[in-house]
Design a protein around this ligand. Structure first.
Ligand SMILES: *[C@@H]1O[C@H](CO)[C@@H](O)[C@H](O)[C@H]1NC(C)=O
Ligand SMILES: *[C@@H]1O[C@H](CO)[C@@H](O)[C@H](O)[C@H]1NC(C)=O
Length: 299
């Protein structure tokens, strides 16, 4: 075994043992994987350098899968940085699941309540965009475990109450970078009139049911990510591509999978660093700040 791959093995083994000893306490900060409360580096306004007339579909950007799943133990937790810190680290795609209950939109992951409501998500994004008006935030929005699947009315009410109507991009068409600055772009994963772009107009790879951490299962997951990134690089530039590196099951909880897949993703991307490439959105669990930076630097 070469020294460098031995070092990588070493990182994985130590990471795994720490993970066993302390599955949720937040102990690991690597370039590709981070389950501590704070990112290593920030890049608050990287979109400032993207030309006004560039369609947003041509921007390569880091995102988080299940952005607000910060609690619930190792089976439910997908991220450890609070939303404000994710945005400051450079994350620009959010995956938000709301539960509609007694008129309120609360944040859930499965049955695990996340100690937040949708208004707080909107407030955090608005504060960030006021401070960094060159940026835009894309937000996949869907309901999960609601009393009703009809969340459109409640979402509109929350936007008026906790943010303001003009904070949204009100079209299903692809904005340019200039048009998107200072706005939230909802990627609407629910029915009703247009509140933004339609989530399923994106070209999406979301192979999340990874049944175990066996090498062949990890390879299958990684090949799905790899193939979609290769397609995004050469694919239709008017179409937005979205690749999830995340996944979970009883035998492969999100952090255990992220420790392995984020490493492959980081190796794949660093091998191509220094070039201009369109990979679209890469949505991750527990990304490390260097992985985030590597994605940003393809623009
Ligand atoms: C949820 O609903 C209750 C009453 O229906 C209200 O008092 C409370 O403020 C709501 N919470 C949020 C976060 O909107
Ligand atoms: C932030 O990202 C931009 C664009 O890639 C880059 O030019 C800049 O150096 C980055 N800043 C930091 C602090 O990493």
């Amino acid at each position: 075994m070469e020294a460098s791959s031995w070092d990588k093995m070493h990182v994985v083994i130590v990471g795994f043992l720490l993970g066993l000893a302390c599955p949720v306490c937040g102990a690991i900060q690597r370039p590709d994987y981070d389950d501590t409360p704070t990112p290593e580096i920030f890049n608050t306004s990287w979109m400032a350098e993207i030309p006004e007339n560039q369609p947003l579909s041509e921007v390569t950007m880091p995102g988080t899968h299940n952005t607000m799943a910060l609690y619930g133990g190792f089976l439910a937790q997908c991220n450890s940085w609070p939303l404000a810190q994710q945005l400051q680290a450079g994350i620009r795609f959010l995956d938000i699941r709301v539960r509609h209950i007694r008129g309120n939109l609360t944040i859930h992951h499965g049955i695990s309540y996340q100690w937040a409501h949708f208004g707080e998500v909107l407030e955090d994004i608005e504060v960030f965009l006021e401070q960094y008006p060159t940026e835009t935030v894309l937000m996949r929005l869907r309901e999960e475990l609601s009393e009703t699947r009809a969340i459109y009315g409640a979402v509109v009410r929350y936007v008026h109450q906790y943010a303001h109507w003009d904070l949204l991009w009100h079209s299903r068409l692809m904005p340019t970078m200039g048009e998107a600055r200072g706005k939230i772009i909802i990627l609407q994963d629910f029915s009703g009139p247009d509140l933004g772009m339609r989530y399923y107009s994106l070209d999406i790879a979301d192979y999340w049911q990874v049944s175990s951490l066996q090498p062949e299962q990890l390879d299958k997951k990684w090949m799905n990510v790899y193939n979609h990134l290769e397609r995004a690089e050469v694919g239709n530039k008017a179409r937005m591509f979205l690749t999830y590196s995340s996944g979970a099951s009883i035998l492969a909880h999100p952090s255990a999978l992220a420790k392995r897949i984020n490493l492959r993703l980081y190796e794949y991307l660093t091998a191509r660093a220094g070039q201009k490439k369109r990979y679209g959105i890469i949505a991750m669990d527990f990304p490390g700040a260097m992985l985030v930076k590597t994605i940003i630097d393809f623009n």
